[in-house]
Write a protein that binds this ligand. Structure first.
Ligand code: ADP
Length: 454
């Protein structure tokens, strides 16, 4: 029914279940006992009713004692349960919040700079009831009295296992503003330090390149060998500082981000062409597959001069193309880095709601126990292959942060010795939505009304 709950959620949900079970079972027991023994023993009835009450009271105490906020909604997003902690964070007395639309009570901020709130249609409560998949993210909440706090929010659909019926959703959230402040200070320090260190590193790299240049310097073979090693280590250090700077910016929301409507089919195909050379240096085959499955609704007629019509779907998303390039390049570079022979294949497909990009390789693969940690900061699989291959363990963390900026998801599937596939899902725009969005990005130039010639 509900999956992947943390301990607080588990207690909360157990509490809710306790209420439901206590009400349901004891109520059922009372009714049936009455049916069977009409005019019978009142004492037993009152014992059962007492038991029900005490279970309800227990559950209520339990829910109110939890310091995490809990909101339960039905299938219309109407609040059927809200605890004190949730009311306090959202700025609503619980008796006023009960029965209201949860999206009114839990107002989430979409844009930290402008303070714009998430529209009802994009609100996680709406999405959960549509998609029936859990939602987890740290977001900013705007309380009723206009205070802003960061919350770590998990919303799970409540589904009856018996008939798969959707009953509503349960949200559990926690104030992480203090933690967030600490993280921001930390990120600021890393970003300043790495920024300062990038300049001398670039200078060292430049001078080493000059020392290795035959036209400028004369050095013996031994010195060349040493300088080449120093040069490649300096390059690695430069990459590390660049990655550190990017990840610090991604963490405190300072990553340059200018989302526009992007047609991903064209962008990914272009990128694969640009990256083909890197794969060929390792004699790896490169493949690009567009519309490899899925249901497509928006098509362009890409027929050339021949009679044969080639139908190519359009995969529109709203994102910063530079950031997307960074993500796809990273996945492609990793595929090359961790593959000795075979093929790197990039595919793009989609349905009405999402565009999916995948990067598949025939490389070393990733052990199952490492898969859940790959997108954490500095995580590297510890094996002989990764020890000999340079890397910072920050690439996939940065990828995740970027994809989350656009409400997307990123994950990996892999089998050791067989290869890996990295997937990205991004919310898809229909052709009509894309056209409308493009229009607001570039409003048509209105020609001035010609002045009347008298
Ligand atoms: P790195 O700089 O170490 O490559 P990443 O964050 O990009 O950092 O990747 C994290 C770790 O995930 C890598 O160290 C590697 O162990 C593993 N990894 C990533 N991509 C692949 C892949 N295509 N095949 C095998 N292992 C991979």
């Amino acid at each position: 029914m509900l999956f992947m709950l943390n301990s607080a959620q588990f207690i909360a949900v157990s509490g809710l279940l306790l209420v439901a079970l206590a009400s349901g079972l004891v109520g059922y027991g009372v009714r049936h006992w009455r049916k069977g023994r009409l005019g019978g023993d009142d004492q037993a009835v009152s014992q059962l009713t007492g038991a029900l009450k005490s279970k309800e009271v227990q559950a209520e105490i339990l829910i109110e004692s939890i310091t995490d906020g809990i909101i339960v909604v039905d299938t219309k997003n109407t609040i059927t349960l809200i605890n004190k902690a949730a009311g306090r964070m959202a700025g609503w007395p619980i008796n006023e919040a009960m029965g209201l639309d949860a999206r009114v009570v839990l107002q989430l901020i979409k844009d930290e700079v402008s303070g714009e709130v998430v529209a009802d249609s994009e609100h996680p409560f709406t999405l959960i009831l549509q998609k029936r998949t859990p939602f987890r993210r740290t977001l900013q909440l705007r309380s009723r009295d206009n205070k802003k706090l960061f919350i770590s929010l998990v919303i799970s659909p409540v589904i009856l296992p018996k008939n798969n019926e959707l009953m509503g959703a349960v949200a559990v959230f926690r104030d992480v503003s203090e933690q967030r402040k600490e993280e921001q200070k930390h990120a600021e320090f890393i970003s300043t330090a790495s920024h300062e260190m990038r300049t001398p590193i670039a200078a060292i790299e430049g001078y080493l390149a000059l020392a290795l240049n035959d036209h400028v310097s004369h050095i013996d073979e031994k010195a060349r060998e040493y300088l080449q090693k120093a040069h490649s280590s300096t390059k690695l250090l430069g990459n590390l500082f660049q990655d550190l700077l990017t990840s610090a910016k991604a963490e405190d929301g300072r990553l340059a981000n200018h989302p526009v409507v992007v047609e991903l089919g064209t962008l990914v195909e272009q990128l694969v062409e640009d990256m083909r050379f890197g794969a060929q240096k390792k004699s790896l085959e490169v493949e690009f597959l567009i519309n490899s499955g899925g249901k497509d609704t928006d098509f362009i007629d890409a027929s050339g001069s021949s009679n044969l019509k080639v139908i190519q779907p359009l995969y529109y998303v709203k994102a910063d193309p530079d950031r997307l390039r960074e993500v796809i390049t990273n996945l492609f570079d990793n595929a090359i880095k961790y593959t000795d022979q075979g093929k790197v294949s990039v595919g793009i497909t989609g349905n009405e709601e999402v565009v999916q990009i995948r990067v598949t390789d025939t490389g070393s693969g990733i052990p199952p126990e490492d898969l859940p940690h790959l997108f954490q900061k500095f995580y590297r699989v510890d094996n002989s292959a990764t020890r000999s291959i340079g890397g910072t363990g920050l690439g996939l963390f940065i990828c995740r942060k970027i994809i989350e900026l656009y409400s997307g998801s990123i994950w990996a599937e892999s089998a050791v010795g067989k290869g890996s596939t990295f997937y990205i899902n991004l919310p898809r725009l229909s052709t009509a939505q894309a056209a409308q969005s493009q229009l607001s990005e570039n409003p048509p130039l209105i020609s001035p009304t010609p002045s009347k010639v008298l």
